[in-house]
Design a protein around this ligand. Structure first.
Ligand SMILES: Cc1cc2nc3c(=O)[nH]c(=O)nc-3n(C[C@H](O)[C@H](O)[C@H](O)COP(=O)(O)OP(=O)(O)OC[C@H]3O[C@@H](n4cnc5c(N)ncnc54)[C@H](O)[C@@H]3O)c2cc1C
Length: 403
């Protein structure tokens, strides 16, 4: 075996790839594991640009992977943070209805959360809501006590440190650009040279479909980059929000709606919205890649999606470009928030898988193919669920006969 030959190569140093690598290094101590990351460090994309929420699992369809792995993952994430001294807080959140229709949907959410095994969920009337969040508006709320907050870049750095301590090797600046396969191994071509592995786990996030295609797998979906933009709440007004205040999500739409989040480091922000990015790693409107943008516009799935969802799309674009619209959404949750209180903040880009029929792939998706496992849809709550997701991948790697 030469020095660049490994048993398992993981592509992508985000929270998912590194959770798997950390657990693989523990479970298969005699195997050589390498993580190939195209950036100079870990957690540079979705993982380092998210809301930092430890989701409870209240939203997801009972029986789905998202529901099961999120509920389990939330518990494990809290334990992991406590064990390793990573700042975290199980602060709970309010999902706030602002209309009678939304108030009725809260009953469905409550039933869903209970079906997913959550405890302590409680419907609150306005007086009780304001005991928890004194400045909240709305007519009714669902209290979700098990929701928490943390810093997923710190979590991922810890996964990387533990993985390295167990012998896994992290290669940064190693963008994967192609593969050659022989009978016994895969040669992975990267910007840092070639690496050989018996098995490859593709956790490339926003590029996971591309990596699958490079490996000769038709992913039967496209990763559509959806940017989520945040506004920061002025520190002098941060007492308007104690913890997390969310709207009732639109049941037709996979996103949670712009919400207030108190971050683990103390600041409060609001977001994220969901607008199409013209580049997979396009964090601003001005980030544009003609090839990547055209690829989305030409995709039959996107064309179908755009025909049915154009109204939502236009609303999101308006809310992105017109601050007053963004603030108006927030005032439904906290009426005292003023235009001047909010300043543009950071952003993240979601890797949202879309099928050729225009549907957004809802559940996590893993596609095993010979010497590869392609992790093709792990959007939110995958940071929360990263520990059990890593274990799911371990099970598939075992089933492939690698260990
Ligand atoms: C705005 C936003 C808010 C969110 N909020 C939450 C939240 O509050 N709670 C929660 O649980 N989840 C949240 N999520 C979801 C969560 O962040 C993601 O599900 C999770 O980070 C996915 O991790 P990943 O490792 O799959 O992807 P990533 O973190 O994107 O990692 C993929 C890695 O692959 C690398 N890569 C790509 N192509 C190649 C290549 N060719 N060669 C080598 N490396 C490559 C990238 O550089 C990257 O480091 C949010 C996501 C976003 C975008």
């Amino acid at each position: 075996m030469n020095s660049s030959t490994y048993d398992i190569a993981v592509i992508g140093g985000g929270v998912v790839g590194l959770s798997f690598a950390m657990q693989a290094a523990e479970q298969f101590p005699s195997l050589r594991v390498v993580i190939l990351e195209k950036e100079a460090g870990v957690a540079r994309h979705q993982t380092g640009h998210n809301s930092g929420v430890i989701h409870s699992g209240v939203y997801y369809k009972p029986g789905s992977l998202k529901a099961r792995l999120c509920v389990q993952g939330a518990r494990e994430m809290v334990e992991f943070c406590a064990l390793h001294g990573i700042p975290h807080e199980v602060c709970g959140k309010l999902i706030v209805a602002t209309t009678a229709d939304e108030a009725a949907w809260l009953d469905d959410l409550l039933a869903r959360g209970q079906a997913n095994g959550l405890v302590g969920l409680r419907l609150l009337e306005p007086v009780e809501m304001r005991e928890i969040e004194p400045h909240v508006g709305g007519v009714r709320a669902l209290l979700v006590p098990s929701t928490g907050i943390t810093d997923y870049a710190m979590v991922t750095a810890k996964y990387a440190e533990i993985a390295a301590g167990r012998g896994a090797e992290l290669k940064t600046d190693a963008a994967v650009v192609g593969f050659r396969s022989s009978a016994s191994e895969v040669v992975i071509q990267t910007r840092a040279g070639d690496f050989s592995a018996r098995y490859v786990v593709n956790c490339a996030g926003l590029y996971s479909d591309r990596v699958a295609q490079m490996a000769g797998c038709d992913p039967e979906l496209m990763i559509v980059p959806l940017r989520g933009e945040y506004y920061d709440l002025a520190p002098a007004r941060a007492d308007l929000v104690r913890w997390l205040i969310y709207p009732v999500p639109d049941p037709q739409y996979p996103f949670l709606g712009v919400h207030f989040t108190r971050r683990i480091h103390g600041n409060v922000d609001a977001g994220p919205n969901a607008v199409l990015a013209f580049r997979r790693e396009g964090y601003r409107w001005t980030d544009f890649d003609l090839g990547e943008a055209m690829e989305v516009f030409r995709y039959p799935g996107f064309q179908k999606f755009a025909r049915t969802q154009w109204k939502n799309g236009v609303r999101e674009i308006r809310r992105s470009l017109v601050k007053r619209e963004f603030v108006r959404s927030l005032q439904r949750l906290v009426p005292e928030v003023r235009y001047a209180d909010m300043t543009p903040g950071g952003s993240g880009v979601r890797a949202q898988a879309m099928g050729a029929d225009g549907s957004l792939v809802d559940d996590f998706r893993f596609v095993p193919r010979e010497r590869f496992l392609h992790v093709l849809n792990v959007p939110s709550p995958a940071a929360t669920a990263s520990l059990p997701i890593g274990r799911e991948i371990l099970g598939m790697v075992r089933a492939a006969g690698v260990a």
